[in-house]
Design a protein around this ligand. Structure first.
Ligand SMILES: Cc1cc2nc3c(=O)[nH]c(=O)nc-3n(C[C@H](O)[C@H](O)[C@H](O)COP(=O)(O)OP(=O)(O)OC[C@H]3O[C@@H](n4cnc5c(N)ncnc54)[C@H](O)[C@@H]3O)c2cc1C
Ligand SMILES: N[C@H](Cc1c[nH]c2cc(Cl)ccc12)C(=O)O
Length: 504
């Protein structure tokens, strides 16, 4: 490649999930003879690396890399995930599943939840999750891969994974290094900028080495070494809507087979996650330090593990929000350097993917016109705001008044975009998906109904259908889901056959 206007040297600073996902994706697309990719990471600083839950988009990422599923699962200790079980959010004692995929089957052009609302208003007690194959299979702890035949009910299955993030980064490192990515271990001491443009020109390491580049990815985690410290990009703080600021994470032993779902249990000033990987369970308590002390939070976490802890809890401090710009000059922030929204809906790895794929679709020449940055920043800000609204919904849609934290959440003023969605659903039963947002209508419906936002009316056309006819359709659908789930192998049996655990 002799064209001087092309980027020749890409430097990725940071080797957590964000850094290695970026390196793997770029190395799968670029020829090392044309573009060199260097990744700098520090063993001394380390990564966040807790057990992680994902959403189905991760399958597309792994497919783009061309990695085999069973190989990936064995390498990362992965289990399957069909959704998230939420406990104690709307009220203490409440439980619902936010499943992947849809509820019901398509019925005469109306959203399934309209038919469900019709039966609900006639007094039927079945929860909407009874009509989601993913939710029914999750409850039964069963799993099978989706059927490719769209006529099969099993084609409705959608899934993602729980895995060990540290192992995923290691897996991607092997992948990227095999494709020519050069890894440098060392601590960044200083970042150099070209005086005339402000572009980053090189990073200097503590041991005296220097790494020059044409384009930089800031994957340095919460430090945001390039984006914040060097380029001074401000942080947009959303902690007034999402007041949790601390996580305590601890692995524990399995006491039974791994469940094919994440568990998110609301606590007095936050919530607790349970993420089962093959060999152990990842747990964490996310809380607001303004409403709970760390000792109290640690005690609650340790008292609520299913099995014995395998380590002392590790503390991670954070602030909800994102960077005002993600791409500044010749540098893009990906991962925690770009922003953080708590992992309630498993969206961080997705946002990393989105950051990478949007860069690829806007791949710049060396001149980098401003319009590329404007488009990238517009897109990523929209993504973050859409995820933000969906996460706030979980805190806002509550009747809990048992702690000051829940009183704060229940009564806070919401972003207009979210308030509009809630009002529209409450008053009319309608929900719309704007601008290709990540969360589909079934996701909004699952959480709003699961947290007791129940419209009093349904679609007038559905409302005019004979109730017995609607009931018959729903009963047959529910029966078919139960039957299909009962015929699946257990999740544990499926994993044992599909990707036997390595002994190393
Ligand atoms: C409590 C918690 C739970 C989470 N759970 C989930 C989940 O369930 N699902 C999900 O999708 N996401 C989850 N995430 C988010 C997810 O962990 C991160 O998005 C992901 O790991 C990416 O992290 P990162 O690579 O940006 O940063 P990090 O993992 O922090 O990596 C930063 C890298 O930068 C390097 N570095 C930093 N400073 C320097 C320096 N001066 N010199 C050289 N190198 C340096 C470090 O060595 C490291 O390699 C969670 C995050 C937290 C905090
Ligand atoms: N990608 C969409 C939406 C989505 C994002 N996070 C979650 C979590 C759960 Cl439990 C369900 C759906 C989603 C999708 O996969 O449906």
């Amino acid at each position: 490649m002799s064209d001087p206007s092309l980027l020749r040297r890409i430097v990725i600073v940071g080797g957590g999930s964000a850094g290695w996902m970026t390196a793997a994706a770029l190395s799968s697309l670029l020829d090392p003879k044309d573009v060199s990719i260097t990744l700098v990471e520090s063993d001394a600083i380390g990564t966040v690396g807790v057990g992680e839950a994902t959403i189905p988009d991760i399958l597309a990422f792994n497919r783009m890399l061309g990695v085999g599923e069973a190989e990936f699962m064995a390498a990362t200790q992965a289990t399957f995930k069909l959704g998230i079980a939420f406990a104690d959010w709307g009220r203490l004692g409440d439980r619902y599943i936010h499943p992947f995929g849809q509820h019901g089957v398509d019925m005469q052009g109306f959203d399934f939840h309209q038919y469900w609302l019709r039966c609900r208003q006639a007094g039927d007690p079945e929860p909407i999750e009874d009509y989601s194959l993913c939710a029914v299979a999750a409850r039964e702890e069963r799993f099978v891969l989706p059927d490719a035949d769209p006529r099969s009910l099993l084609s409705q299955l959608r899934y993602a994974y729980h895995f060990d993030a540290t192992l995923y980064a290691r897996f991607l490192r092997r992948y990227a290094e095999a494709r020519g990515v050069q890894r440098i271990e060392g601590i960044v001491r200083q970042v150099r900028q070209a005086p005339e443009t402000g572009y980053i020109s090189a990073i200097d390491l503590e041991d005296g080495r220097s790494v020059a580049g044409d384009f930089f990815f800031d994957c340095t985690g919460f430090r945001a070494l390039l984006t914040a410290e060097t380029l001074g990009t401000p942080f947009v703080d959303w902690s007034h809507w999402l007041p949790c600021d601390t996580a305590l994470a601890v692995p524990s032993e399995h006491v039974g087979p791994p469940a094919p779902y994440t568990r998110a249990t609301a606590r007095g000033a936050g919530w607790q996650w349970r993420i089962p990987t093959q060999r152990r369970v990842g747990n964490g308590h996310i809380f607001s330090s303004a409403f709970m002390t760390e000792d109290d939070a640690a005690a609650r976490l340790m008292a609520n593990l299913d099995g014995p802890a395998l380590a002392e809890p590790r503390r991670i401090r954070f602030r909800a929000g994102c960077r005002e710009r993600f791409w500044t000059g010749n540098c893009i922030a990906i991962g925690l350097a770009a922003g953080f929204l708590e992992p309630l809906e498993s969206t961080s790895i997705y946002l990393i993917q989105e950051g990478i794929s949007r860069f690829i679709s806007l791949f710049p020449r060396a001149d980098m016109p401003d319009i590329l940055r404007t488009e990238y920043n517009r897109h990523m800000r929209t993504e973050f705001e859409q995820v933000r609204d969906f996460i706030i919904l979980h805190y806002a849609a509550t009747e809990r008044d048992d702690t000051p934290f829940w009183n704060h959440c229940r009564t806070m003023t919401l972003p207009d975009s979210l308030q509009h969605k809630i009002d529209l659903f409450r008053q009319t039963g309608r929900v719309f998906r704007y601008n290709d947002e990540l969360f589909t209508r079934p996701s909004w419906v699952a959480v709003m109904l699961g947290q007791r936002i129940e419209p009093r009316i349904c679609d007038p056309v559905v409302s005019s259908l004979p109730i017995e006819e609607v009931r018959r359709s729903l009963a047959s659908m529910r029966g078919a889901m139960q039957k299909a789930a009962a015929q699946m192998p257990t999740h544990a049996a499926f994993i044992a056959r599909y990707c036997p655990a390595r002994t190393a």
